[in-house]
Structures are given as structure tokens and as C-alpha cells.
Design a protein around this ligand. Sequence first.
Ligand SMILES: [Zn+2]
Length: 326
Amino acid sequence: MLEINFEIRKNATFATMKNPQLLRRRLVQGMTLAGVLSALGISLPVFAQDGLVTQKLTDRITLVSGAGSNVVLFTGRDGITVVDSGSAPMASELAGTIKDLAGATPVTTLFNTHWHEDHTGGNEALRDLGARIIAHENTRLWLSAEFEVEWRNTSHSPRRKAALPDMTFYGSGEKDLGGETVQYFHYEQAHTDGDIALFFPDSNVLVAGGLMSDGTYPITDIATGGWIGGLIQANEAMLAIANDATIIVPENGPARTKADLQAQYDMLTDLYETMKSLVQDGFTGRNMLDKGITSKYDATWGDPTEFLLETYRGMTAHTSDMGGFI
Ligand SMILES: [Zn+2]
């Protein structure tokens, strides 16, 4: 069990964080903390406010869930750094919650872990709070471009200038946040081609962004440079950063552990080998779905349709990385 420090705010409501969509329906009131946690089968105390769930992971790091993606706040000497800004429909609610949590402390910085709208939808609102936006250069390029996203059956229009990062980088690096230096790691062609994970070494918290799913099959977005081989490499590198006490924040849902990341890595590497072999035999993604190649994982990871079809498309675009067999 993780040891998590937390604060109970006045009028707080304890809730499950297993699934943000279920959150509002599963708010539990009028029970003792022990009773609620026992009933929900979870060990991490959290509280909900205005539809968002806020959980203090360490003295300096707070997780806000239910905003479209997980949002992480780090409180440093000079101000608050935010990682990801949730989806656009949740932007004003999220900004209000961050403002409440910040009090008189300025919000100085926003990192985007990648371009997806559920992680950058609140960029403008966070800028209004005073944040400068930092991201990988490819994230800025996608945010300012027009393109199709086949797996989501949608197209992306260029975002307004206020949503675009002010500062970008190409590789990995670190930034002094006043009290702790955050390390950011860029992983090429994983969930997208602009993903970063952020590691707070003193707090031992790893923010995975789109590189770790919330318990559904992880999607690699081929429209913007993702593919399964890159995601596996990214997960392997993240496993080397983490230890058994590391708190890992996935793209959505509750905080996880290294064992959870290992489970995603193991599932992906197993299915990669199976799928690679079937691609060589002429199977399509749809054929693999019909064959039920994920059946032993579906109880844990859910509906494999999007995962299989998008992973197959990514593989056919990366045959040279797999040995050039087609
Ligand atoms: Zn994403």
C-alpha cells in the first residue's frame, strides 16, 4: 500500500477515482472514511469538489482527476507548476479548482505531456491564470496544425495562439521548480511523437501522461507519430526510472504503482510479438480481432477493437523498425 499524505477539506466528499466518468455517480456521502474506502476496495483517500477529485499525493504534489485527463500540481517556492490542462469542457471548472488550491501562490508554469485535446483543452484557461506553457516542439506543431485523426474519426483544427506552448524543446531536460528539479523525458513515436513523462525525484512521483493508460488498452496515435514499438520502449525506460515506492500518475484515473506499469509493458510486449508474427502471415487488424488474440487480457483491459486496429495500422507503417518483412 502506498503511504499517501492528504488533507481533508471542509465539506469534502470521498469518492472513488477508478473511472472519472463514474465519479459523479459514485460519490459517497454520509459514511465514515474507513467505511467508504472499504466499500470501494481502495486504499487511497481522496475528496471531490465540483465534479473534480483532488488528492494530495505528497506534501508538494496534488492530483486533480475528472478534468478529461489527470492534472498534476506541484507547489514550489516560486509558484505552482501544472502538468496537463484537461479537456476544454472542463477548463473553467479546473481553473477554478486550481485557483482555490493556489490561494495567493502564483500559477507560473504548465507542462503539456502531449498534444491530445483531453490534455491541452484547458491551456487557454491556465494561461489566463498566469502560466507559461512548456511542451515538446512536436506538441506545439500538432496543436497549430490541421489534420485528420482516423482512430477518433475526427479532424483537428489549429488551436488559438493562447493555447500554444511558449517554450519548447526537442529532447529531454530538467527544470528547477523552486524546491525540486523536475526531469522531463521525451520518448519518440510512442503514444504520439511528442510525449513526455515528468519525474519528480525528491517526491518520487512519475507523471506518465499518455504513456500509461487508466486500465483500458493504450492507444498509439498513428496520425501524430505513435506506434506500439515506441510505446514499449517508452514504458521500458520509465520502468528504469521508477522503484517500488514510486507513485505513477497515468493519463486518467487513480495513482498507480510500478507494478501497474510493468503489467502494461508485459501485455504490450506479448501482444507485439503475437501481432508481428500474424502481420507476417498476412493478417489484418480486423483478422486479429476476429481471431480473439487479446482474449486473455480483455477482462483487465477492456474492449480491444480500437487498440488492435490502430496498433496494426502503426505496425504497417513501421515495417522497417520490425525487420522490414513486408
Ligand atoms: Zn493522449
